[in-house]
Design a protein around this ligand. Structure first.
Ligand SMILES: [Zn+2]
Length: 178
């Protein structure tokens, strides 16, 4: 049954990752999330999600955003939120983050590489980029410690139960969320 447990925990991680994108994006612009989904079987993301302007990764989860302009820093908060939420999940469940970090980073490489390319196109140096990413990490940690983590778990649980949430359903779940 170890295989089933592994699949369940992978799905849970995907739910937390996608929920974090949805919650942090909603925190920045209420209503920006059009749809968020997870799946335990591959989805033809390129077919359905070719209009995505951020955060499609793997074939087992994604977020579709409405085209609302965000600043480069806001874009970074949304892009990195999935990766940092997975780190937070490991940290909060007492796992060894240092050991798992390379694997988590690899799984989030789509988000991280896409944002890196955006910063390069804005003519930032590698040193500047490192500082921006450090600032993003500090801001996300602060948000997670100030109620955002609880919101992420609410949306992740709903994703695990329903698989797919429309933007209005995300807003309903986050009704008490500033
Ligand atoms: Zn992601």
């Amino acid at each position: 049954m170890a295989g089933n447990e592994e699949a369940a925990s992978k799905l849970e991680r995907t739910a937390i990752h996608e929920a974090a994108h949805a919650v942090v994006a909603t925190m920045i612009h209420r209503g920006i999330v059009e749809e968020v989904f997870i799946s335990d079987s591959p989805v033809d993301v390129a077919e359905i999600y070719d209009e995505l302007n951020s955060a499609v990764h793997g074939l087992t989860g994604g977020v579709r955003f409405r085209k609302i302009p965000t600043t480069v820093f806001e874009n970074g908060l949304i892009s990195y939120s999935g990766f940092f939420a997975e780190c937070e999940h490991v940290y909060r469940s007492g796992g060894n983050l240092e050991v798992l970090l390379p694997q988590l980073r690899e799984q989030a490489s789509h988000d991280i590489d896409r944002y890196h390319a955006l910063l390069v196109s804005e003519h930032l140096t590698e040193a500047d980029i490192r500082n921006v990413v450090i600032d993003i990490g500090s801001a996300l940690k602060h948000y997670f410690d100030s109620g955002v983590w609880e919101a992420v778990t609410i949306v992740a649980d709903a994703l695990l139960a329903r698989g797919r949430l429309a933007g209005d359903e995300v807003l309903e779940l986050l009704a008490d969320f500033p």
